[in-house]
Design a protein around this ligand. Structure first.
Ligand code: CMC
Length: 436
C-alpha cells in the first residue's frame, strides 16, 4: 500500500539574494507541516543544511506516528499501549506490513506463512563455524542476514510484489532462529531447530532456552512479556536504522542487504545498543549511594558520560514504551519470584533523581524504551550481549514494512544528500620531493 499523499496547506516564501522561491507547505494526517524544498536548488541555487536531519522529513509514510511532546506513539493509528496490552506481535507485524489488523482467517494465514519459514538453509548454519566464540551476536546477525541474499535469490527481485512479500515472511520468520543460534554459538550449546507448532515469541524462547536432552516449554507469562517487548520495539518511524534501511533500499539493493545495513546501524549505543549500555552503566554505578557522583559526571560536559536509557531525538516527554516496559518489568520479576532486584532499585532511584534534576528537566530528558528493557531481559536469563539482537529481531518487522512502503511509493528515487564542502579549493598535484 503506497502512503497517502500529503496535501498542500499553504506556501512559504524564501528569499535569497535577488531571487525568491515560493515553496509548498505540506501536511500529513497528523504532525508538523513541512516545507517542500525540492525545487529550491533550481529556483534559488542553494541547498538546505540539516546535518543530523533534525528538521528534515525524508519521506511520506503511513506506518508510524510519534508526537514527541505528548509522548504518543501510533502504529497505523493504533496507540502503542493498546497494542501492547491487547494485541500480539504477529498481529502488529501484519498491521505494520499490510496496513490493517488482520481478521481471524488473515491472521491464521499470516501466522502459518511466517511459521513455515522459520528454518534456515543448512549451509547458513555453517557460517557460525567462522566466528570466534566471543564474537558479539550483533556481528553474527549482520553477517548472516546479509548472507541470506545468497540463499534466497528467488526472492530478491524488488520489483515483484510477491517476491517482496516472500522476503518479508522469510526475514520475520528467520530472525528468531538467527538470534537464538547466535546465543547458542556463544554458549557452545547445540543449535535448537525452530518449532512451528509454537507461537512466535514462544518459539524464540524455546530456541534460546532449550537443550536437546530435556523437554522445554517456555513459561507463558515470560512468553507474553517477550511478545510485548517485541511489540514495543517493532517500529519507530524514521530513526537511524530505519533511515539506513530506506537509504540502502533506495538504490534497489535486495531486502536482505538492506536489513543487514539496518542491523549495523542499530548496533550503536546511541540507538539500539543503549539497552546493553544501560545495564553496563547500572553495574558501574553499583549502588544508590554512588548515584549523586554519577549524575555529576553526566552533567559535566567534559566527561562524555551520558545517562544511558535517557533522552530521545523526538520524545521530549516520557517515551510511552518506557512506561509499558516498567510495568512489564514488575510482572516479569513477580513471575520469577525476584523480590529484590538491586538493578531495578538503582534504576528507579536514578529515574527519580534525574526527573527532578534541573539539567534533565531543562533539556526534557526522560527515560526511553531502553531504560527498563535490559532489566527485564536480564531477569529472563538473557546475557547483556543479546539485548540489542532482540531489539533487531523485533525491529526487522518495522524495517521491512518501511522498505516495502518505500519500494511501492512511485515517487521513490535514490537517496542522495548534498554537503557543504569545507576542504581545500582546487590545487595542483605536488611531486613528493617538493612537499614540505
Ligand atoms: N545524558 C545526558 N545528557 C544528555 C542525554 C543523556 N542521555 N541525552 C541528551 N543529553 C543532553 C545533550 O548533551 C544536550 O545537552 P546540551 O544542550 O547542553 O548540549 C541536550 O541533552 C540535547 O541532546 P542532543 O544530544 O541534542 O539529543 P539528540 O537528539 O542528538 O540525541 C540521543 C538523542 C538518544 C542520542 C541522546 O539522548 C542519547 O545519547 N541518549 C542516551 C542513549 C540512549 O538511551 N539511546 C536510546 C534512544 S531510544 C531507542 C533507540 O532509538 O534505539
Amino acid at each position: 500500500m503506497a502512503p497517502n499523499p500529503s496535501t498542500q496547506v499553504g506556501t512559504a516564501t524564501l528569499t535569497y539574494g535577488d531571487k525568491s522561491a515560493t515553496l509548498p507547505v505540506l501536511a500529513g494526517t497528523l504532525g508538523t507541516d513541512c516545507v517542500d524544498v525540492r525545487k529550491i536548488q533550481g529556483d534559488l541555487n542553494v541547498f538546505t543544511f540539516d546535518p543530523s536531519y533534525g528538521a528534515t522529513a525524508s519521506c511520506e509514510s503511513a506506518i508510524t506516528y510519534i508526537d514527541g511532546d505528548e509522548g504518543v506513539l501510533l502504529h497505523r493509528g493504533y496507540p502503542i499501549d493498546q497494542l501492547a496490552e491487547k494485541s500480539t506481535f504477529l498481529e502488529v507485524a501484519h498491521l505494520l506490513l499490510f496496513g490493517e489488523l488482520p481478521t481471524a482467517p488473515q491472521l491464521e494465514k499470516f501466522t502459518s506463512g511466517v511459521m513455515r519459514h522459520t528454518m534456515l538453509h543448512e549451509q547458513i548454519r555453517r557460517f557460525w563455524d567462522g566466528f570466534r566464540r566471543d564474537a558479539h551476536p550483533m556481528a553474527m546477525l549482520c553477517s548472516v542476514v546479509g548472507a541470506m541474499s545468497a540463499f534466497y535469490p528467488d526472492s530478491i527481485n524488488t520489483h515483484d510484489e510477491r517476491q517482496r512479500e516472500i522476503s518479508a515472511y522469510r526475514l520475520i520468520a528467520k530472525m528468531p532462529t538467527i538470534t537464538a543460534w547466535a546465543h547458542k554459538y556463544t554458549t557452545g550449546q547445540p543449535f535448537m531447530y525452530p518449532r512451528n507448532d509454537m507461537g512466535y515469541a514462544e518459539n524464540f524462547l524455546y530456541m534460546f532456552g532449550a537443550v536437546p536432552t530435556e523437554d522445554y516449554k517456555p513459561n507463558p507469562v515470560l512468553t507474553r512479556a517477550m511478545d510485548r517487548i517485541l511489540i514495543l520495539h517493532a517500529d519507530h518511524e524514521q530513526n537511524a536504522s530505519t533511515s539506513t534501511v530506506r537509504l540502502a533500499g533506495s538504490t534497489g539493493t535486495n531486502p536482505f542487504a538492506c536489513i543487514a545495513a539496518g542491523i549495523a546501524s542499530l548496533w550503536g549505543p546511541a540507538h539500539g545498543g543503549a539497552n546493553e549500555a544501560v545495564l553496563k552503566m547500572l553495574g558501574e554505578i553499583g549502588s544508590v549511594k554512588n548515584i549523586p557522583s554519577f549524575i555529576e559526571q553526566v552533567k559535566d560536559k567534559n566527561s562524555n558520560v551520558k545517562l544511558m536509557g535517557f533522552g530521545h531525538r523526538v520524545y521530549k516527554n516520557f517515551d510511552p514504551r518506557a512506561k509499558i516496559m516498567q510495568k512489564t518489568c514488575y510482572e516479569v520479576l513477580g513471575e520469577l519470584g525476584i523480590k529484590d532486584e538491586p538493578l531495578l532499585d538503582l534504576a528507579i532511584e536514578l529515574e527519580k533523581i534525574a526527573l527532578n534534576d534541573e539539567y534533565f528537566v531543562k533539556r526534557k530528558l526522560y527515560p526511553n524504551v531502553d531504560f527498563y528493557s535490559g532489566i527485564i531481559l536480564k531477569a529472563m536469563g538473557f546475557p547483556t550481549s543479546m539485548f540489542t539482537p532482540i531489539f533487531a529481531l523485533a525491529r526487522t518487522v518495522g524495517w521491512i514494512s518501511q522498505w516495502k512502503e518505500m519500494i511501492e511509493d512511485p515517487t521513490n528515487r535514490i537517496g542522495r544528500p548534498r554537503q557543504i564542502y569545507t576542504g581545500a579549493a582546487a590545487r595542483d598535484y605536488t611531486p613528493i620531493d617538493q612537499r614540505g
